[in-house]
Design a protein around this ligand. Structure first.
Ligand code: NOJ
Ligand code: CA
Length: 566
């Protein structure tokens, strides 16, 4: 499915990625929990949608206290998700379709039930003691934490262990103790798991909270800051700058070490995408000065971008500045941790189509979160009903504040964006035959795959035709990006040109995205062989001399290879 290697850009730079939260995608064995055989059954759908790379959230052995982000065995599959045979079949089947598969590696921490931690906490003399970060408490009694470091969720990240009378460090929740990467045995063991899954044929790894891997050896207090609430673009907060716990220089150096391991697995190359937080310029450092670090990092600034032409252009400009060739940015509008994107555009389908058009035509790797392609909504589930451990932690927060934070892109109950995939209008949305682990969204009766399949104006068909267009166009996959600053184009229209190749083999796509609620006339230069695609209808017509761009409409004018309909 991924076009041949005649292009100069590596496959992972040209690909389109789809995130599956396995627990919520499809339940094959009717226990209400999504599983690997369920994903296998839906590969036809994913292939017909046109996504090229699948990223699966973790499905390894785990007590599921954070639904898989607390691994107790990196070499085993949690039985509720399937077997090792299912896992291998999935890798095989994905490859048989010309697609790629990415697993989620939680390198930073394990579950507290991982045998390493069980041994580590059993005694100060355990050979595994130093696999985790243990410190004495502050004197005189040792009953207060070793320093002021706060976890990523606020509050001290230190946890007291009564038996051995020391504190262990956890960047996220207490049941997810951080591994000690300053211990060479730990590093070697975790690199072993990375090698293991790459040897099994996995094409890439998504790295969970990669920005937290190394903590400063000084264990000095983090400096005070007035900043209360961290964000995607600035992870400092809870009244401190997390200089000793986040983005440590040793973590950035480790990115290069990890890259070298991944590069051992040559042809085709594998890739790493890091979960890190900060402004694009800071995050770029993880990719290495010589592009020898992580291949990609998530850029979450898009999650918060205002729906306005000027804001979007400013953001893309900033991203382009920070990730020039040979670097490649990512475009992410939703995940299993954030409010669903449809929620942020107020359920407006045209706006959703416009953002999808941006995401799939701008220079970079798009990450589509499952259900985004049909416009799935957040499900308003009160904190006290949340199964999410983060919801439990913030149970005291009043619901009005939950709503305010959600508007700012912060989700305290992540169940809201993890509800079952909506396949059809059935009782359980075609996800399962029994009651699912999380409630199905009430809108599933009208918002579902089956209802949108045959509707050419649906969001699903818009994604499908955009993805098809991208596969045909080398300009959209690997072209340069230049702004089109036509004199009469208002600031609400974001316009850019993607271009690949030269002379007769030049492939070109001009993109015009109308973020305003007005119709805007476009003067197009009329050349033979150009075709125009509108995200409204999904079809392609010979490009006219002038075009009236409807409110929130996006069009792509193609010339060269990509202009010929398949
Ligand atoms: C980030 C993951 O995306 C999130 O879901 C998880 O809870 C934390 N890391 C801890 O692993
Ligand atoms: Ca199941």
């Amino acid at each position: 499915m991924i076009p041949g290697d005649s292009l100069d850009a590596a496959w992972w730079k040209r690909t389109t990625t789809y995130q599956i939260y396995p627990r919520s995608f499809a339940d094959a064995n009717r226990d209400g929990i999504g599983d690997l055989p369920g994903i296998l059954e839906k590969l036809d759908y994913l292939q017909s949608l046109g996504v090229e790379t699948l990223w699966l959230s973790p499905f390894f052995e785990s007590p599921q206290a954070d639904f898989g982000y607390d691994v107790s065995d990196y070499y085993a599959i949690a039985p509720e998700y399937g077997t090792m045979d299912d896992c291998r079949a999935l890798i095989r089947q994905v490859h048989a379709r010309g697609m790629k598969i990415v697993f989620d590696m939680v390198l930073n921490h394990t579950s507290e039930r991982h045998p390493w931690f069980v041994a580590s906490r059993s005694s100060r003399e355990s050979p595994k003691r130093d696999f985790y970060i243990w410190r004495n408490g502050r004197r005189p009694s040792g009953k207060s934490p070793p320093n002021n470091w706060r976890s990523m969720l606020g509050g001290s990240g230190w946890h007291y262990d009564v038996r051995t009378e020391q504190w262990y460090w956890a960047s996220f929740l207490g049941f997810q103790p951080d591994l000690n990467y300053r211990n060479p045995e730990v590093k070697a063991a975790m690199l072993g798991t990375v090698r293991h899954w790459l040897a099994e044929g996995v094409d890439g790894l998504r790295l969970d909270i990669f920005n937290a891997i190394f903590k400063d050896e000084s264990f000095a207090d983090n400096p005070f800051s007035w900043r209360a609430v961290p964000s995607e673009t600035n992870p400092h907060g809870f009244f401190q700058r997390h200089v000793h716990t986040i983005d440590h220089p040793d973590t950035i150096a480790f990115a290069r070490e990890l890259r070298a391991v991944v590069d051992e697995f040559g042809d085709p190359p594998r890739f790493l995408v890091g979960e890190v937080f900060g402004d694009p310029a800071t995050l770029q450092r993880y990719c290495g000065e010589a592009a020898d670090g992580l291949h990609l990092v998530f850029l979450f600034a898009t999650m918060r971008a205002r729906f306005s032409g000027r804001a979007v252009r400013a953001l893309v400009e900033e991203i382009e500045r920070s990730f020039p060739e040979p670097f490649s940015p990512t475009y992410v509008f939703g995940s299993h941790d954030r409010p669903r994107f449809m929620h942020r555009v107020g359920g407006d389908r045209d706006k959703a189509k416009l953002v999808a058009t941006l995401q799939l035509t701008v220079r970079g790797v798009p990450f589509i979160y499952y259900g985004e392609e049909i416009g799935m909504f957040n499900h308003d589930i009160p904190l006290h009903e949340g199964l999410d451990p983060v919801a439990a932690r913030y149970r005291f927060v009043p619901q009005w504040l939950v709503r305010v934070l959600r508007k700012r892109g912060i989700l305290l109950n992540r169940d809201e964006c993890r509800t079952p995939m909506q396949w059809d209008a059935g009782r359980y949305a075609g996800f399962s035959h029994v009651e699912p682990w999380l409630p199905v969204h009430p809108e599933s009766r009208s918002v579902n795959v089956a209802a949108q399949e045959g509707d050419p104006e649906s969001l699903l068909c818009c994604y499908r035709s955009l993805l098809a267009l991208r596969r045909e166009s080398t300009a959209l996959q690997a072209g340069t990006l230049e702004w089109i600053d036509a004199p009469r184009l208002p600031g609400d229209v974001v316009a850019y040109r993607r271009m690949h190749g030269e002379g007769a083999s030049c492939d070109r796509a001009d993109i015009f995205l109308n973020f305003s609620s007005h119709t805007i006339p476009l003067a197009l230069d009329e050349r033979a062989g150009r075709t125009l695609f509108s995200n409204r209808r999904g079809d392609r017509v010979p490009a006219p001399r002038s075009y009236a761009l409807a409110p929130h409409e996006g069009v792509i004018v193609l010339e060269g290879r990509g202009s010929k309909p398949a």
